[in-house]
Ligand binder design. Sequence first.
Ligand SMILES: Nc1ncnc2c1ncn2[C@@H]1O[C@H](COP(=O)(O)OP(=O)(O)OP(=O)(O)O)[C@@H](O)[C@H]1O
Ligand SMILES: [Mg+2]
Length: 337
Amino acid sequence: MPNHETLVEVRGLKKTFKRADGTEVQAVRGIDLDITRGEIFSMLGPNGAGKTTTISMISGLLAPTEGDARIGGFSITKQALEAKKLLGVVPQEIALYPALTARQNLEFFGRMYGLGGKELAHSVDEVLDFTDLRDRAKDRIETFSGGMKRRVNIGVGLLHKPQLVYMDEPTVGVDPQSRRRILDTVLRLRDVQKMTVLYTTHLMEEAQELSNRVGIVDQGKVIALGTVGQLIQQVGEEDRLILSVGTQTLKDGLLQKLQSSVEGVTRALYDAPVQASETSDQVQSGKITVYAKRGRRALPDLLKIISDASIDVMSVEVREPDLEAVFLQLTGRALRD
Ligand SMILES: Nc1ncnc2c1ncn2[C@@H]1O[C@H](COP(=O)(O)OP(=O)(O)OP(=O)(O)O)[C@@H](O)[C@H]1O
Ligand SMILES: [Mg+2]
């Protein structure tokens, strides 16, 4: 089969939950997506954006309120059995039996997928190798670190050799080293196993590193979609300079001056989370954000103007255009909390 064909088609997917008190939550408000065979597609969005709800519907675990998804042409609502054979699910919550060994867990879940005999044993061996857990296969899960549990959890989703693997925030709560291993595993799923991966995360670094394409999700909708390069182009080529400033009064016209007299600067904004009193603009601490082309070059002039205004700069951060900037531009909010 050619490598560029569409494996997953999501059309008009919606989910409304009813709370116990009768109020409704529109968790997913109409999502359309195509996922191409052989790619890592990431859904990037903050907590509560609707990522898990979307994945649960695409994997047939949750009935959509409206819309449908097709996997390899099979409707997840009308041809659920055929569709589910093509996919492996790695849930956000770890679902393993702590008192069983890694191998026993894999064997148990493999049987649930309908595997048995030599096929099962072979598959379990392959998965243990792939997740680098062969030498811990006989140890009980309760003796594993969080990162190792995650890898077993991923292994469970791979046992029946699915064409498509869903992974819902698989790096949450693991240490940096385990996280690196998980990200490498995801890349090998695509590059070595030739699988298609649907990955969710609220971390833009992960989406940037892993993805062929990213869908940015917010409040139940895809608000931007494309390659990382295409998405970043949307915000232009400006760097973001974030200057933490001290307790002084911000003089009138300072922002104006930064904007008009430093080359490359297009905007300077002030955001004062803590105001000393409602009537003065005396602040306890605040942030000046400057958007500038070639931000590092503009920095010395900016700092001079600010210090001439007798304002202390405590720290400076230079952010090159990234997916965080795309999210900020589209929503006015930061992706990180
Ligand atoms: N079973 C449910 N009943 C009611 N509301 C729900 C239910 N499941 C999810 N929600 C709500 O739907 C919205 C989307 O939740 P969802 O878990 O899909 O977000 P998410 O993007 O996966 O977030 P996170 O990054 O925290 O995992 C949230 O407002 C959540 O509170
Ligand atoms: Mg989630």
